[in-house]
Design a binder for this molecule. Structure first.
Ligand SMILES: Nc1nc(=O)c2c([nH]1)NC[C@@H]1CN(c3ccc(C(=O)N[C@@H](CCC(=O)O)C(=O)O)cc3)C=[N+]21
Length: 287
Protein backbone atom coordinates (compact mmCIF):
# COMPACT_ATOMS: atom_id res chain seq x y z
CA UNK A 1 0.00 0.00 0.00
CA UNK A 2 1.18 3.51 -0.70
CA UNK A 3 -0.23 6.18 1.56
CA UNK A 4 -2.46 8.95 0.26
CA UNK A 5 -0.62 12.22 0.89
CA UNK A 6 -2.65 14.86 2.75
CA UNK A 7 -1.42 18.04 1.09
CA UNK A 8 -1.02 20.76 3.71
CA UNK A 9 0.09 23.30 1.14
CA UNK A 10 -3.07 22.91 -0.96
CA UNK A 11 -5.31 22.94 2.13
CA UNK A 12 -3.55 26.05 3.45
CA UNK A 13 -4.19 27.71 0.06
CA UNK A 14 -7.91 26.89 0.39
CA UNK A 15 -7.98 28.41 3.88
CA UNK A 16 -6.22 31.54 2.60
CA UNK A 17 -8.93 31.89 -0.08
CA UNK A 18 -11.59 31.73 2.63
CA UNK A 19 -9.68 34.29 4.71
CA UNK A 20 -9.52 36.71 1.75
CA UNK A 21 -13.34 36.74 1.73
CA UNK A 22 -13.46 37.39 5.47
CA UNK A 23 -10.86 40.16 5.17
CA UNK A 24 -13.03 41.83 2.46
CA UNK A 25 -16.06 41.70 4.77
CA UNK A 26 -13.96 43.33 7.50
CA UNK A 27 -12.83 46.04 5.06
CA UNK A 28 -16.51 46.95 4.58
CA UNK A 29 -16.66 47.60 8.32
CA UNK A 30 -13.51 49.76 8.03
CA UNK A 31 -11.27 47.16 9.70
CA UNK A 32 -7.92 45.93 8.34
CA UNK A 33 -6.58 43.02 10.40
CA UNK A 34 -2.94 43.53 11.43
CA UNK A 35 -0.33 40.89 12.36
CA UNK A 36 2.81 41.94 14.22
CA UNK A 37 6.07 39.99 14.33
CA UNK A 38 8.91 40.60 16.76
CA UNK A 39 12.27 39.25 15.60
CA UNK A 40 15.38 39.57 17.75
CA UNK A 41 18.74 38.90 16.09
CA UNK A 42 19.75 37.64 12.66
CA UNK A 43 19.23 33.87 12.75
CA UNK A 44 18.65 33.00 9.06
CA UNK A 45 16.01 30.36 9.89
CA UNK A 46 14.01 32.79 12.02
CA UNK A 47 14.34 35.51 9.38
CA UNK A 48 13.01 33.10 6.74
CA UNK A 49 10.00 32.12 8.91
CA UNK A 50 9.15 35.75 9.65
CA UNK A 51 9.47 36.71 5.97
CA UNK A 52 7.12 33.83 5.11
CA UNK A 53 4.54 35.13 7.59
CA UNK A 54 4.61 38.59 6.01
CA UNK A 55 4.26 37.10 2.50
CA UNK A 56 1.22 35.17 3.74
CA UNK A 57 -0.26 38.39 5.17
CA UNK A 58 0.16 40.20 1.85
CA UNK A 59 -1.61 37.36 0.01
CA UNK A 60 -4.65 37.59 2.27
CA UNK A 61 -4.84 41.36 2.80
CA UNK A 62 -3.63 41.44 6.41
CA UNK A 63 -1.43 44.42 7.33
CA UNK A 64 2.11 43.50 8.48
CA UNK A 65 3.71 45.18 11.44
CA UNK A 66 7.41 44.26 11.66
CA UNK A 67 9.56 44.93 14.66
CA UNK A 68 13.24 43.95 14.57
CA UNK A 69 15.80 44.23 17.32
CA UNK A 70 19.55 43.53 17.20
CA UNK A 71 20.93 40.26 18.63
CA UNK A 72 22.30 42.18 21.65
CA UNK A 73 18.98 43.91 22.48
CA UNK A 74 18.23 44.30 26.18
CA UNK A 75 15.18 42.93 27.97
CA UNK A 76 14.03 46.55 28.42
CA UNK A 77 14.14 47.15 24.66
CA UNK A 78 12.13 43.99 24.05
CA UNK A 79 9.63 44.92 26.78
CA UNK A 80 9.17 48.33 25.14
CA UNK A 81 8.32 46.77 21.76
CA UNK A 82 5.77 44.41 23.34
CA UNK A 83 4.18 47.24 25.33
CA UNK A 84 3.93 49.28 22.14
CA UNK A 85 2.24 46.44 20.20
CA UNK A 86 -0.16 45.79 23.10
CA UNK A 87 -1.28 49.42 22.81
CA UNK A 88 -1.44 49.59 18.99
CA UNK A 89 -5.11 49.35 17.88
CA UNK A 90 -3.98 48.39 14.33
CA UNK A 91 -2.26 45.26 15.67
CA UNK A 92 -4.90 42.57 16.27
CA UNK A 93 -2.38 39.86 17.04
CA UNK A 94 1.35 39.35 17.15
CA UNK A 95 4.06 36.80 17.75
CA UNK A 96 7.51 36.86 19.27
CA UNK A 97 9.62 34.65 17.00
CA UNK A 98 11.26 31.87 19.00
CA UNK A 99 13.90 31.04 20.01
CA UNK A 100 15.03 34.35 21.51
CA UNK A 101 18.78 34.93 22.09
CA UNK A 102 19.83 33.11 25.28
CA UNK A 103 20.43 36.28 27.34
CA UNK A 104 16.74 37.24 27.09
CA UNK A 105 14.01 35.87 29.35
CA UNK A 106 11.57 34.07 27.04
CA UNK A 107 8.98 33.40 29.73
CA UNK A 108 8.89 37.05 30.73
CA UNK A 109 8.48 38.13 27.09
CA UNK A 110 5.68 35.67 26.37
CA UNK A 111 3.85 36.67 29.54
CA UNK A 112 4.00 40.35 28.57
CA UNK A 113 1.95 39.72 25.42
CA UNK A 114 -1.67 40.81 25.88
CA UNK A 115 -3.46 37.39 25.90
CA UNK A 116 -6.12 38.82 23.57
CA UNK A 117 -3.38 39.67 21.03
CA UNK A 118 -1.66 36.29 21.32
CA UNK A 119 -1.66 35.12 17.67
CA UNK A 120 0.35 31.97 18.55
CA UNK A 121 -2.09 30.90 21.28
CA UNK A 122 0.90 30.08 23.51
CA UNK A 123 0.39 32.63 26.32
CA UNK A 124 0.04 30.88 29.71
CA UNK A 125 -3.42 32.42 30.13
CA UNK A 126 -4.54 31.00 26.77
CA UNK A 127 -3.03 27.57 27.45
CA UNK A 128 -4.91 27.70 30.77
CA UNK A 129 -8.12 28.62 28.97
CA UNK A 130 -7.54 25.64 26.65
CA UNK A 131 -7.18 23.32 29.67
CA UNK A 132 -10.39 24.72 31.17
CA UNK A 133 -12.33 24.60 27.88
CA UNK A 134 -12.82 28.37 27.69
CA UNK A 135 -12.80 30.33 24.46
CA UNK A 136 -9.25 31.47 23.52
CA UNK A 137 -6.91 31.84 20.54
CA UNK A 138 -5.70 28.29 19.83
CA UNK A 139 -2.05 27.25 19.29
CA UNK A 140 -1.41 27.29 15.53
CA UNK A 141 0.27 23.93 14.92
CA UNK A 142 -2.24 21.83 16.93
CA UNK A 143 -5.15 23.72 15.37
CA UNK A 144 -3.63 23.24 11.89
CA UNK A 145 -3.33 19.47 12.41
CA UNK A 146 -6.94 19.11 13.57
CA UNK A 147 -8.13 21.27 10.65
CA UNK A 148 -6.11 19.26 8.09
CA UNK A 149 -7.50 15.94 9.38
CA UNK A 150 -11.05 17.33 9.46
CA UNK A 151 -10.85 18.62 5.89
CA UNK A 152 -9.61 15.21 4.69
CA UNK A 153 -12.38 13.28 6.49
CA UNK A 154 -10.05 11.48 8.90
CA UNK A 155 -12.44 10.50 11.71
CA UNK A 156 -11.38 11.68 15.16
CA UNK A 157 -14.48 10.65 17.11
CA UNK A 158 -13.58 7.38 18.80
CA UNK A 159 -10.19 7.19 17.04
CA UNK A 160 -7.20 5.91 18.99
CA UNK A 161 -4.41 8.48 18.65
CA UNK A 162 -0.79 7.85 19.62
CA UNK A 163 0.70 11.30 20.08
CA UNK A 164 4.50 11.30 20.41
CA UNK A 165 5.82 14.53 21.94
CA UNK A 166 4.96 16.53 25.06
CA UNK A 167 6.29 19.95 24.03
CA UNK A 168 4.43 23.13 24.90
CA UNK A 169 3.88 24.20 21.28
CA UNK A 170 2.64 20.92 19.77
CA UNK A 171 2.23 17.68 21.74
CA UNK A 172 0.75 18.86 25.00
CA UNK A 173 -1.77 21.38 23.60
CA UNK A 174 -2.68 19.00 20.73
CA UNK A 175 -3.63 16.34 23.30
CA UNK A 176 -5.96 18.89 24.89
CA UNK A 177 -7.56 19.79 21.54
CA UNK A 178 -8.08 16.19 20.44
CA UNK A 179 -9.77 15.19 23.70
CA UNK A 180 -12.28 18.05 23.67
CA UNK A 181 -15.89 16.87 23.45
CA UNK A 182 -16.09 18.26 19.91
CA UNK A 183 -13.26 15.95 18.75
CA UNK A 184 -13.66 13.05 21.18
CA UNK A 185 -10.48 11.24 20.17
CA UNK A 186 -8.80 8.93 22.69
CA UNK A 187 -5.20 10.05 23.10
CA UNK A 188 -2.14 8.31 24.48
CA UNK A 189 0.48 10.99 25.09
CA UNK A 190 3.89 9.37 24.50
CA UNK A 191 7.35 10.92 24.65
CA UNK A 192 11.04 10.08 24.48
CA UNK A 193 10.77 8.43 27.91
CA UNK A 194 8.00 6.04 26.87
CA UNK A 195 8.99 2.39 27.26
CA UNK A 196 8.16 0.32 24.16
CA UNK A 197 6.90 3.20 22.03
CA UNK A 198 6.14 0.77 19.19
CA UNK A 199 3.56 -1.04 21.34
CA UNK A 200 1.68 2.26 21.66
CA UNK A 201 1.94 3.39 18.03
CA UNK A 202 0.93 -0.05 16.63
CA UNK A 203 -2.40 0.17 18.45
CA UNK A 204 -3.27 3.56 16.95
CA UNK A 205 -5.59 4.62 14.13
CA UNK A 206 -3.67 7.90 13.99
CA UNK A 207 0.01 8.40 14.87
CA UNK A 208 1.22 11.99 15.30
CA UNK A 209 4.97 12.45 15.79
CA UNK A 210 6.31 15.73 17.17
CA UNK A 211 9.43 14.65 19.02
CA UNK A 212 12.14 16.31 16.91
CA UNK A 213 13.95 12.98 16.45
CA UNK A 214 14.62 12.27 12.74
CA UNK A 215 13.42 8.82 11.64
CA UNK A 216 11.85 8.02 15.04
CA UNK A 217 8.72 6.42 13.53
CA UNK A 218 9.63 3.43 11.36
CA UNK A 219 7.34 1.29 9.16
CA UNK A 220 7.23 -1.64 11.64
CA UNK A 221 5.71 0.72 14.26
CA UNK A 222 2.62 1.55 12.17
CA UNK A 223 -0.66 -0.36 11.92
CA UNK A 224 -1.24 -0.89 8.15
CA UNK A 225 -3.73 1.71 6.90
CA UNK A 226 -3.25 4.08 9.84
CA UNK A 227 -3.02 7.85 9.36
CA UNK A 228 0.45 9.27 10.13
CA UNK A 229 1.24 12.94 10.77
CA UNK A 230 4.88 14.11 10.65
CA UNK A 231 5.39 17.23 12.78
CA UNK A 232 9.16 16.83 13.17
CA UNK A 233 11.43 19.55 11.86
CA UNK A 234 15.15 19.10 12.48
CA UNK A 235 17.97 20.75 10.56
CA UNK A 236 20.46 18.16 9.30
CA UNK A 237 23.47 18.29 7.00
CA UNK A 238 22.87 16.13 3.91
CA UNK A 239 25.43 13.97 2.06
CA UNK A 240 26.02 16.96 -0.26
CA UNK A 241 27.13 19.04 2.74
CA UNK A 242 24.05 21.29 2.47
CA UNK A 243 21.64 21.93 5.33
CA UNK A 244 18.06 20.73 4.99
CA UNK A 245 15.08 19.98 7.22
CA UNK A 246 13.96 16.47 7.99
CA UNK A 247 10.89 15.08 9.74
CA UNK A 248 10.42 12.41 12.44
CA UNK A 249 8.87 9.83 10.09
CA UNK A 250 11.03 7.35 8.19
CA UNK A 251 10.27 7.45 4.41
CA UNK A 252 9.34 3.73 4.43
CA UNK A 253 6.26 4.53 6.54
CA UNK A 254 4.63 5.74 3.29
CA UNK A 255 4.47 2.06 2.25
CA UNK A 256 2.39 1.07 5.30
CA UNK A 257 0.27 4.08 6.27
CA UNK A 258 -3.15 4.70 4.70
CA UNK A 259 -2.77 8.48 4.83
CA UNK A 260 0.36 10.52 5.46
CA UNK A 261 0.85 14.18 6.35
CA UNK A 262 4.38 14.75 5.01
CA UNK A 263 7.16 17.12 6.06
CA UNK A 264 7.63 19.43 4.18
CA UNK A 265 4.27 20.27 2.67
CA UNK A 266 2.07 19.25 5.60
CA UNK A 267 1.86 20.79 9.04
CA UNK A 268 4.15 23.81 8.35
CA UNK A 269 1.89 25.52 5.79
CA UNK A 270 -1.15 24.71 7.99
CA UNK A 271 0.56 26.36 10.98
CA UNK A 272 1.02 29.52 8.94
CA UNK A 273 -2.60 29.45 7.76
CA UNK A 274 -3.80 29.13 11.38
CA UNK A 275 -1.71 32.13 12.44
CA UNK A 276 -3.57 34.18 9.81
CA UNK A 277 -6.88 32.67 10.95
CA UNK A 278 -6.20 33.65 14.56
CA UNK A 279 -5.50 37.26 13.52
CA UNK A 280 -8.62 37.50 11.34
CA UNK A 281 -10.69 36.07 14.21
CA UNK A 282 -9.25 38.63 16.63
CA UNK A 283 -10.16 41.43 14.18
CA UNK A 284 -13.68 40.03 13.68
CA UNK A 285 -14.26 40.24 17.41
CA UNK A 286 -13.38 43.93 17.47
CA UNK A 287 -16.48 46.04 18.26
N1 LIG B 1 6.55 32.40 18.06
C1 LIG B 1 6.75 31.42 17.19
N2 LIG B 1 5.69 30.89 16.53
C2 LIG B 1 5.88 29.88 15.62
O1 LIG B 1 4.89 29.38 15.01
C3 LIG B 1 7.21 29.41 15.37
C4 LIG B 1 8.28 30.01 16.08
N3 LIG B 1 8.02 31.00 16.98
N4 LIG B 1 9.54 29.60 15.89
C5 LIG B 1 9.87 28.58 14.90
C6 LIG B 1 8.73 27.62 14.65
C7 LIG B 1 8.84 26.87 13.33
N5 LIG B 1 7.65 27.22 12.58
C8 LIG B 1 7.40 26.81 11.25
C9 LIG B 1 6.30 27.25 10.54
C10 LIG B 1 6.11 26.88 9.22
C11 LIG B 1 7.00 26.04 8.58
C12 LIG B 1 6.80 25.68 7.15
O2 LIG B 1 5.91 26.20 6.48
N6 LIG B 1 7.64 24.77 6.62
C13 LIG B 1 7.57 24.32 5.24
C14 LIG B 1 8.96 24.11 4.69
C15 LIG B 1 9.80 25.36 4.65
C16 LIG B 1 9.34 26.28 3.56
O3 LIG B 1 9.25 25.80 2.41
O4 LIG B 1 9.12 27.46 3.86
C17 LIG B 1 6.84 23.00 5.16
O5 LIG B 1 6.72 22.31 6.17
O6 LIG B 1 6.36 22.68 4.06
C18 LIG B 1 8.08 25.56 9.29
C19 LIG B 1 8.26 25.94 10.61
C20 LIG B 1 6.92 28.13 13.28
N7 LIG B 1 7.48 28.40 14.47
Amino acid sequence: MTATILDGKATAAEIKDELRTRVKALAERGITPGLGTVLVGEDPGSQAYVNGKHRDCAEVGIASIRRELPADATQEQLDAVLTELNADPGCHGYIVQLPLPAHLDTQRALELIDPDKDADGLHPVNLGRLVLGYDAPLPCTPRGIVELLRRHDVPLRGAKVALVGRGNTVGRPLGLLLTRRSENATVTLCHTGTLDLAAQTREADIVIVAAGVPGLLTADMVNPGATVVDVGITRVIGADGKGRYTGDVDPEVAGVAGKLVPMPGGVGPMTRAMLLTNVVERAERQD
